[in-house]
Design a protein around this ligand. Structure first.
Ligand SMILES: [Zn+2]
Length: 74
């Protein structure tokens, strides 16, 4: 990767680079949660996101189980 052809990043809060805050996890933190409108947003990957709904938990569990068994769910 070259630094010279990288598009310029803006300083917009929405463009802030955030990775999963779980220790030793280098996944992209695409799942954010803010305790209040005034609080700073925290970010996790889907697997570590602590505020998943019940349905989201089921989806993750199915994916993990499928991965363990070497299966590929659609
Ligand atoms: Zn993570």
């Amino acid at each position: 990767m070259s630094d010279t052809d990288r598009p310029a990043l803006t300083t917009s809060a929405h463009m802030y680079l955030h990775y999963c805050e779980e220790t030793d996890c280098n996944e992209w933190g695409s799942w954010g949660n803010s305790p209040s409108s005034a609080g700073s947003t925290r970010w996790w990957c889907f697997e570590h996101y602590p505020h998943k709904s019940y349905e989201q938990e089921q989806v993750l569990r199915l994916k993990l189980e499928a991965a363990e068994h070497g299966a590929d769910i659609q």
